[in-house]
Structures are given as structure tokens and as C-alpha cells.
Write a protein that binds this ligand. Structure first.
Ligand SMILES: [Zn+2]
Length: 450
């Protein structure tokens, strides 16, 4: 009898069926608790399915309490079969599988319309192009070839979440973002997905084509907080990453625009609004780098995306500030901490002036632990924030930092700090200061003492 039960337990483990003992209350090093089911352990990461919402996410083993770490180690050694030599493989020696939340892609069609021709294959190419753009950018800034994961079915086809609008085409105007998000949210709920816990790109069949003219009917906008977000963008039968290099005239545009220009505008726009959905702010490239690198995606680089494929300059690139923020985003780390808004205290802040620059130093504390910041240095000459240059830095273990900011020219500036916590969310602070006609900053406003 004992042997039979033993085999039954083994069979359950092999089949991957959760045992009652796999559901437990987990405690992290900060004492926070949640209930979830142990799924597995690979590459130093523990996969857990949270009971409250069914989300599966992973966390490094060392973030858990000693008791949880013991539990994981005992589960791993129980599951790992002895090798021929009788030596068990090292815990965590297996490479990590795809983990964490994928980016969701939805398709919104008004009640009186059909999806644009060939939409599934085209949008797969569009999203794969954008995925590759982000991966190349992360690699260029030293974060390795990391990017977001696309939601794909077992046959590798892109999972497109179709949303049939309740109203006809002309009812969705430029200001319809809340109505469209609501309809998408309802469709997500029907599928057991929580729109408010995802990052979503919604392609809308809301461009109106006429000979020589394309009119934008619906909203084109992105927003997010570093945990969840959405981007509302357009689909059109011309939209295709395979056509970024095309010099064919676009019969639905004015002014000699090409099909390549159309795709630069709207694929670049999709990549930019997705950046906002990831929580990224606007930031421009440094002037001295523009010639070589082109323009920053989160500045005005969306207008240059893929131009290099037509021999029209260096195209767009991912800025160091964007890459820093994304290096903490759950869709890039595969971790899924929580969407807790961080509490942040600037304990000390001061700036050492120089001609044409300053060095910002300080100490910052908070919960969850702040790990770094981006200083957006924004000249007041342009009232928009597209021309702010973002300067990222990581904190030392004690929360101190030292960040040189250069390229200052005479005039007024706003310095906006986004302090990032380890869960990928940021808290914002803003300061104003002047640079005199000799290029010397007045740093008296850049001072905090607690
Ligand atoms: Zn923007």
C-alpha cells in the first residue's frame, strides 16, 4: 500500500499537477505576504502563481524569507532525479523559460467595419519590428538582448484580441479613448483577463482613406505607470514593417509621401505610444549625438523610425533613460512584483556647478527600495517636454548617487527627477533653475536637506 501511494505521488509530480502543499503563504525579505502556488524554480528564479488573481510571476530566490527558501530547495531536490553518477544537478542550472507577463495586442473594429486586409500577418511584422527595436536598444545600453514578450499561441501565431465596437466608425472621434478602453476592458474580462493589470497595444481600424488624403478618426495615445498601461494606435492596410523601405508613392497621402513614410509615421508612432504604455516619459537625444544616432524614440524619433531602411538618415534609437526605466519594467525583467506606488524621500540633494554643466548628488530612501533615477533636464525655450534630455543613474546600496549633467546653455530650465523603485514604478519631483549668459548654473534651487 505504501508503495502504491508513493507511486501515485510521483505520478502527480511528473504530470505537473499541483499538490495541496504547493499552495502556501509566501513572505519576502521585507515581510510582505501573499498566498500562491509554487510552480517551479529555474535560473535562480522562483515561479509562483498568486491565488488572488491567478497571475504567474517569478522572483529571485534570495528575495524570499529563509523558510520559503528552504521550501523551494526541498521541492527542487525532491523533483530532481539523480543523474547516472548519482549527483544531482546544481539548483537553478536550467535556463529560464519564457516567464512573466506578455504584451497583449488587441484589435478594435467599429460596429460597421471589418478588420483591415491581412491584418494578422501585417501586425505580427509590425510588433516584431518594434520588439526588435527595443531589444537592440536594451543591448546597446548594456542590459543584454532583453525585450518584451509577445502573446503567441502554441503554433506561434500572434494572439490578437478582437474587440467589436458597439458604435459605428464615425462615432469614435479623437477624444474617444475612454470609451474605446472601456470596450476593450469588457472584452478582456470576457476572456478572463484584467485589462488593468496588463500592458496592451490596441490597433484601431480608425483611419479614413480617400484619394490623396488620410484622416485620423480615433485617438492615438499611450499611457502607463511602469506596471500596467495601454497604447491606442491605428491599423491600416498599408501598415506593414516589410514596407518601411518602400519608396512607392502613397496614393492616400498628400505631398509626395511614400508608403515608407506612412510606415515610419505610424509604426514609429506605435513604438512611441507603447513607450508611454511602459511608463516612459519624453526625452530627446543630446544635440551632439543627433547626427550619428538620429533622434530618440521618446523625443521626436517616432518620425524617423525605420528611415535608415530608405537611406534617409540614421533613424530612431532608444535613449539611455528609456533603457534604464525599461530595465526595471515587469515585461522586461519577467518579474512581477506589484503595482504599489512607491513612497520616496529625497533625504539630501545638492548640485555642484560648472561651466556648461552641473553634478547632482544626493541620497534617496523609500519603499519599495529606490534603485535609481532619471533626471530630465528640460530647457524652457520649448514649452513641450520633447526636448528634455534624460540622464539616468543607479544608486549605490546606501541610496546615494552622483550624476553629471552637461550640455547646459544659457536660459531657464526645469529639472524633473523620476525616482525608480525596484518594482519599476517611479515618483516624480521637479525643480527650476537658471543658467547665466556665461553658461554657469545657479544651483541654489537644487538643494534639499532633511
Ligand atoms: Zn509622446
Amino acid at each position: 500500500m505504501r508503495t502504491v501511494i508513493g507511486w501515485m505521488l510521483l505520478a502527480l509530480v511528473v504530470a505537473g499537477v499541483a499538490r495541496a502543499s504547493d499552495v502556501r503563504t509566501w513572505t519576502d525579505r521585507a515581510g510582505r505576504q501573499f498566498e500562491g502556488e509554487y510552480i517551479g524554480f529555474t535560473d535562480g528564479q522562483v515561479q509562483v502563481k498568486r491565488t488572488s488573481d491567478g497571475q504567474t510571476f517569478q522572483l529571485p530566490l534570495e528575495r524570499f524569507s529563509d523558510a520559503d527558501q528552504q521550501f523551494v530547495k526541498s521541492r527542487v531536490s525532491a523533483e530532481t532525479p539523480p543523474t547516472k553518477t548519482g549527483v544531482k544537478p546544481e539548483v537553478g542550472a536550467k535556463p529560464a523559460a519564457d516567464a512573466g507577463r506578455p504584451l497583449r495586442v488587441a484589435y478594435f473594429v467599429p460596429a460597421d467595419r471589418e478588420p483591415e486586409p491581412n491584418h494578422l500577418a501585417r501586425l505580427d511584422r509590425v510588433m516584431t519590428s518594434i520588439q526588435t527595436f527595443y531589444r537592440n536598444g536594451m543591448r546597446a545600453h548594456g542590459y543584454g538582448p532583453t525585450t518584451f514578450r509577445l502573446d503567441r499561441a502554441a503554433d506561434n501565431q500572434l494572439n490578437l484580441i478582437m474587440v467589436k465596437g458597439k458604435e459605428p466608425f464615425q462615432a469614435y472621434d479623437r477624444e474617444a479613448k475612454d470609451r474605446i478602453r472601456k470596450e476593450v476592458r469588457e472584452e478582456f474580462a470576457r476572456r478572463g483577463l484584467d485589462f488593468e493589470r496588463e500592458v496592451v497595444v490596441v490597433f484601431q481600424a480608425l483611419l479614413l482613406r480617400a484619394p490623396g488624403q488620410t484622416t485620423e478618426i480615433g485617438p492615438f495615445i499611450g499611457g502607463g505607470n511602469g506596471y500596467k498601461g495601454s497604447a491606442l494606435v491605428y491599423d491600416d492596410m498599408r501598415l506593414d514593417a516589410a514596407l518601411l523601405g518602400s519608396n512607392q508613392p502613397d496614393g492616400f497621402s498628400t505631398g509626395g509621401k511614400t508608403i515608407g513614410d506612412f510606415n515610419t509615421g505610424y509604426i514609429g508612432g506605435t513604438a512611441h505610444e507603447l513607450g508611454h504604455a511602459f511608463g516612459l516619459g519624453h526625452d530627446a537625444e543630446r544635440t551632439m549625438l543627433r547626427q550619428r544616432l538620429g533622434r530618440s524614440l521618446m523625443g521626436r524619433g517616432n518620425h524617423d523610425y525605420g528611415k535608415e531602411l530608405r537611406g534617409k538618415g540614421p533613424g530612431a534609437f532608444l535613449s539611455p533613460a528609456s533603457a534604464f526605466a525599461l530595465s526595471l519594467h515587469p515585461l522586461f525583467t519577467g518579474l512581477d512584483l506589484d503595482d504599489k506606488s512607491p513612497e520616496v524621500t529625497i533625504e539630501e540633494l545638492s548640485a555642484i556647478p560648472a561651466v556648461g554643466g552641473l553634478t547632482l548628488t544626493g541620497r534617496i530612501t523609500g519603499d519599495p527600495k529606490p534603485v535609481g533615477l532619471i533626471a530630465f533636464n528640460d530647457p524652457a525655450t520649448d514649452p513641450s517636454d520633447y526636448d528634455a534630455v534624460g540622464w539616468p543613474t543607479r544608486f549605490k546600496a546606501d541610496g546615494t548617487f552622483r550624476l553629471p549633467i552637461t550640455d547646459l546653455v544659457p536660459g531657464a530650465y526645469e529639472l524633473r527627477l523620476r525616482v525608480y523603485s525596484e518594482n519599476g514604478q517611479a515618483k516624480r519631483f521637479a525643480y527650476s533653475y537658471q543658467v547665466d549668459s556665461f553658461g554657469r548654473p545657479d544651483v541654489s534651487q537644487l538643494k534639499v536637506t532633511n
